[in-house]
Design a protein around this ligand. Structure first.
Ligand SMILES: [Zn+2]
Length: 433
């Protein structure tokens, strides 16, 4: 047979789209061409595939090879098709004769020695393959990001030769379920709020509870050292765990972003706190190879922006649309992708550039004009989306030395927050925010 087809998956946003890899061997001058809108990294796959096949002790056919990646209108990037291309060449040249390849999808970048390297977006590819009732073969390096899913079914390989030996000699592949050493634990240890460690600030703590219960956006204004950052970071501990479906949704975004995924944080809500020098693309997503930004990585969790006025105005303005629509659409000339971005915004800022306006113990050195310019960095529409604005005053030295700690039972508060959220969801189908 000189014609063969294998299946792989392209990545478009968080969607994994089926790609047919068709290979035709014809007579004529030996050559190797890949067609079907491949980008540079895919074109380079010719060299990787050739070396990997030869270094695995197999034969690279000395014929005219045409590989077509269909559908042609989807942009194809990265080395994720290497494995599928190699297998279709081996099948077309009769080195692998396997009918079950039609029930398989192949994903993996080949190294020159024939080993298989990890790819981005393995999780959406596996979910899409399962929906088509095909079994995915993927690099063993991707196994950990799929191991948390109870329903995950895939085969993991370390090299091209392993897969060829499976088809030719019936060698057993390592199934994903056998590899997952960490069982999914719905009762993962919740991050208990660190709020009891913070002295005073009763008002700010109350605001945090309200924000946690209603999913409201919150801004803390206060001098340096008043505990704004610590307060804001403890919000995550008050929020209920993610449901299984929400956790999968978040894991898919992390998989696409090639973000290291740690199984213990499964079902925990994310907290993302980008530095104020972050660009608009880093925050909302985009770039040459469209990838999710901080707001999508904070999906179903908290995006914390410390020193809010220090962010570039264009960066903050880019947040307005996703705050409203809870998703972000990135458009390119020939396609557009949509990332979910349902996050809760938490921000902190000083009351003035020096930080000590309204402080009773220190003197503010800023002119009225400077304070106005500082506050003016925040646009009206952005401030409008911050539901709660709370002043966090500096504590007096006597308060800091006070021996009595916060005695609130914060795990009880966490339970109340969860119950309150449930009531809102059953009443209106969404939070009150
Ligand atoms: Zn000042």
């Amino acid at each position: 047979m000189s014609l063969a087809t294998t299946f792989s998956r392209a990545l478009l946003g968080i969607e994994a789209i089926e790609v047919r890899v068709e290979t035709h061997l014809s007579n004529g001058l030996p050559g190797f061409a890949i067609v079907g809108l491949p980008e540079t990294a895919v074109k380079e796959s010719k060299e990787r595939v050739r070396s990997a096949i030869l270094n695995s002790g197999l034969e690279f056919p000395a014929r005219r090879i045409t590989v077509n990646l269909a559908p042609a209108d989807i942009p194809k990037a990265g080395g994720r098709y290497d494995l599928a291309i190699a297998l279709s060449i081996l099948q077309a040249s009769g080195q692998v004769i396997e009918a079950s390849l039609a029930q398989r999808e192949l994903l993996g970048e080949l190294a020159l020695d024939g080993s298989v390297r990890r790819v981005t977006g393995a999780l959406p590819a596996m979910l899409a393959a399962q929906a088509r009732q095909r079994r995915l073969v993927l690099p063993i390096a991707n196994a950990s990001e799929l191991s948390m899913l109870e329903t995950a079914q895939a085969d993991c390989i370390g090299s091209l030769l392993e897969l060829v030996e499976h088809f030719v000699q019936g060698r057993q592949l390592s199934a994903l379920s056998a590899l997952s050493s960490i069982p999914p634990s719905p009762e993962a240890t919740p991050v208990l709020p660190e709020l009891s460690q913070i002295r005073g600030q009763a008002m700010a703590k109350r605001a945090l509870q309200i924000a946690a219960a209603g999913g409201h956006n919150l801004l803390f204004i206060g001098p340096p050292g008043s505990g704004k950052t610590l307060l804001a970071r403890s919000l995550i501990g008050l929020l209920p765990d993610l449901t299984e479906a929400e956790a999968v949704e978040l894991a898919v975004i992390n998989s696409v972003a090639a973000h290291p995924f740690s199984p213990p944080s499964w079902r925990q809500r994310p907290l993302r706190s980008p530095h104020h020098s972050a660009s608009a693309v880093a925050l909302v997503g985009g770039g040459h190879r469209v990838s999710p930004g901080e707001i999508s990585l904070a999906h179903r969790g908290v995006l914390f922006l410390d020193e809010l006025p220090e962010f570039k105005p264009g960066v903050l303005d880019a947040l307005r649309e996703p705050l409203e629509s809870r998703e972000i659409t990135v458009s390119r000339a020939s396609y557009r992708v949509c990332f979910p971005a349902n996050f809760q915004l938490l921000a902190a800022m000083n009351p003035c550039p020096c930080g000590y306006a309204h402080d009773l113990q220190r003197t503010c050195r800023c002119s009225a004009e400077r304070i106005r310019a500082y506050m003016g960095k925040l646009s009206g529409p952005l401030l409008d989306r911050l539901d709660l604005m709370i002043e966090v005053p500096a504590l007096a030295p006597a308060e800091l030395l006070e021996p009595r700690q916060d005695t609130t039972d914060w795990s009880a508060v966490r339970t109340r927050v969860a119950a309150c959220r449930e009531r809102q969801l059953s009443r209106g189908g969404q939070l009150n925010c």
